[in-house]
Design a binder for this molecule. Structure first.
Ligand code: FAD
Length: 307
């Protein structure tokens, strides 16, 4: 059976399970970069039970698949994605439990970080202030070990539940997640994170709010939030700041097609309107070549480029 027929089988199964399905839907709509061609199939899944069945079916039929969170760290090819893209909704968007004695919150991987931060604030729980303003989902943040202002998900994650490609459910503790700078075990082994437990600390609500406001102010002042982007394009090279190196090479404002090195923050590439994935990739290569030549530093991409 060819790929299209197999994707059709996944679509039929998804519809039988009551999932919303979209065929040949532009992924640009689902990424903060507003870039990306069509996905062969997008399936919105509301329960772990259904997700495990559909994930196992994709594996059995050899249909490639991926999960998209808030699409805030993704650069999707102009050709789109020739497999199945899962989006998490329903139970994945809930806070499933809060244990105030142990300062533990468990929530679905599809919940936005913003909602989790707000929930923690409402419960006078501190530790997630750094994440206020990171426009991702909790699952995407765990996958990326997202971090800012001296904090990272590694500081707060207690455990993560996930589904393996054969549909089995598992749980990994923090030490098993191999969390390091913008890396988790899921970068090397396939799996879909379904829920995340974070352990926080009790603190004064007003102080938590002040820290969140401070971090948000810093973002608004320094980042080009008025344009579509995927945040910092490059990882921080040892001993340097990517943005600083790019600025020193005179690349602020450098534009290829619709992709431009932000004038406000040289670590960001912004979409000025009609940028394509190719524009961004060409600009990334230009920046990498220039910084290597002029500064002798290799810049590695933090954004994830779909294949
Ligand atoms: C304006 C702006 C500011 C940003 N600031 C920061 C910052 O300060 N710090 C920082 O670290 N990042 C930052 N980012 C990048 C981004 O927001 C984070 O990396 C975020 O954690 C990505 O989450 P997401 O849900 O959008 O993931 P996506 O972009 O949807 O996906 C990213 C990767 O995670 C995988 N993934 C997503 N959900 C799951 C899941 N449930 N299970 C398994 N894999 C999954 C995807 O397949 C993909 O490989 C910023 C981005 C923007 C646009």
């Amino acid at each position: 059976m060819n790929t299209n027929e197999n994707i059709g089988r996944v679509a039929s199964a998804a519809k039988e399970y009551g999932c919303e399905t979209l065929e040949n839907e532009p992924l640009a709509k689902y990424t903060t970069f507003k870039i990306g061609g069509p996905a062969a199939l997008i399936v919105t899944v509301c329960t772990a039970d259904v997700l495990s069945k559909l994930y196992a079916l994709c594996s059995e039929l050899d249909v490639k698949c991926m999960v998209i969170g808030n699409g805030s760290n993704l650069l999707v090819s102009d050709n789109g994605y020739s497999g199945v893209v899962f989006r998490l909704d329903g139970e994945f968007k809930n806070v499933s439990s809060v244990d105030n004695d142990n300062n533990l919150i468990r929530c679905g991987a599809g919940l936005t970080l913003a909602k989790l931060c707000k929930f923690a604030l409402d419960n006078s729980l501190s530790g997630l202030e750094f994440a206020w303003g990171i426009p991702g989902s909790v699952g995407g943040a765990a996958f990326m070990n997202a971090g800012a202002y001296g904090g990272e998900m590694k500081d707060v994650i207690e455990s993560v539940s996930y589904i393996a490609p054969d549909g089995t459910l598992g749980t990994l503790t923090k030490s098993q997640l191999d969390l390091s700078y913008r890396h988790s075990v899921f970068a090397d082994k396939p799996g879909i994170i379904t829920s995340v437990a974070v352990r926080l600390k009790r603190d004064d609500k007003q102080l938590i709010r002040e820290r969140m406001d401070d971090f948000m102010d810093r973002r608004r002042t320094k980042q080009p939030l008025e344009y579509p982007s995927a945040g910092s394009v490059f990882k921080r090279p040892e001993g340097f700041f990517a943005g600083g190196l790019i600025e020193e090479c005179g690349l602020k404002g450098k534009q290829i097609g619709g992709a431009q090195v932000s004038e406000k923050h040289a670590g960001f590439i912004i979409n000025k309107g009609e940028a394509t994935c190719k524009d961004v990739c060409d600009l990334v290569s230009f920046i990498q070549d220039t910084v290597k030549r002029e500064k002798g530093v290799d810049l590695e991409c933090e954004i994830r480029i779909t294949e």
